[in-house]
Design a protein around this ligand. Structure first.
Ligand SMILES: Nc1nc2c(ncn2[C@@H]2O[C@H](COP(=O)(O)OP(=O)(O)OP(=O)(O)O)[C@@H](O)[C@H]2O)c(=O)[nH]1
Ligand SMILES: [Mg+2]
Length: 300
């Protein structure tokens, strides 16, 4: 690392918040690279993901988590909530992401956990681009400040990239003094196969309707990185036999659409031609089976 100065700061920032507030969007915007998948649907993030931002003065390691949620008693929901809550105590700081204009019972659930923890909490009041008129923002921030003794509250818009340098400054201020933990050019600690499976799952979430996405899982079976072409073979798991034909679609059209969109994203990310092969398989009720959950990499 080029900067051996003793006042260098480095640490882990856990992103916490209910589903859909914009945690993953914020991670990508802060790191400047798409590492965590984003959709308009709830419960998009299912696994812990990291994003590393390195500058001359600090290295911030963001940990993205599944949104804490009340819905559903399936093993999958419990596993996701476990990941979310465990990550809270893992960080040097918690970045509590909320929608600046909306406070719900699930925000309140998370607040109860944050009150009990010793980790300093900074709030990112996100989606300020949706606050209209703009004068509404100040009372919203005041209402947030009254909920807990947060270290700081920073209004931001992750999609418009508003106020992100300010947020970065605040985070660095609260990080411990430490040399960097990762090489300067490393953006995440997850491997290429994990990213590939997530990019494929993102395209399925975007294309499939309603309940179906929650029973989807992607398993990488082949990942051969040759000089000019990357061969990826993946199984798209569904948890009900009836869902298999939906994912394949009429004459294979849905699967083709998922495949070509995913291939474009993968080629962009890996910077080379991708040969992508997808299969659909049924694993009945995997989302409520602890052995299957473990096999797919969920918190058991
Ligand atoms: N208008 C607006 N939309 C945003 C902003 N940040 C995120 N979004 C949108 O909010 C939706 C959810 O974003 P995500 O980043 O997937 O939210 P998340 O908190 O990671 O959600 P889970 O992974 O389900 O917990 C997406 O449609 C984003 O485009 C923002 O600053 N402004
Ligand atoms: Mg997310």
């Amino acid at each position: 690392m080029s900067n051996p100065k003793s006042d260098y700061r480095c640490g882990f920032v856990s992103l916490a918040g209910r589903s859909n507030v914009g945690k993953s969007t914020l991670l990508n915007a802060m790191v400047g690279e798409k590492l965590s998948i984003v959709t308009h649907k709830t419960q998009t993030t299912r696994f812990r993901q990291t994003g590393i931002k390195t500058s001359d003065t600090a290295q911030i390691i963001f940990i993205d988590t599944p949104g804490l949620h009340r819905a559903g008693g399936r093993g999958l929901n419990r596993a996701m909530n476990r990941t979310a809550l465990r990550t809270l105590s893992e960080g040097d700081l918690v970045l509590f992401v909320v929608e600046s204009f909306r406070w719900t019972a699930e925000d309140e659930d998370l607040l109860a956990h944050l009150r009990e923890s010793d980790v300093p909490v900074i709030v990112a009041a996100n989606k300020i681009d949706l606050v209209k008129p703009r004068e509404e923002l100040l009372p919203q921030i005041k209402a947030l400040a009254a909920r807990m003794d947060f270290r700081e509250i920073v209004p931001v818009s992750a999609t418009r990239q508003t106020n992100l340098p300010e947020l970065e400054k605040v985070l660095i201020k609260w990080l411990p003094k430490s040399p960097p933990m990762y090489p300067e050019d490393q953006r995440t600690d997850r491997d290429a196969q994990f990213l590939a499976s997530e990019f494929i799952r993102e395209q399925m979430l975007l294309r499939l309707q309603q309940e179906l996405p929650y029973g989807l899982q992607v398993g990488i079976e082949r990942f051969d990185d040759e000089a000019k072409i990357l061969h990826i073979g993946a199984v798209l798991w569904v948890d009900r036999a009836a869902h298999k034909s939906i994912v394949i679609g009429r004459g294979g059209s849905m699967l083709k659409g998922i495949g070509s969109a995913a291939r474009a994203v993968l080629e962009e990310h890996f910077g080379k031609q991708v040969n992508l092969k997808l299969w659909v398989k049924v694993r009945p009720s995997w989302s409520d089976n602890s052995a299957d959950l473990q096999r797919f990499g969920y918190d058991s």
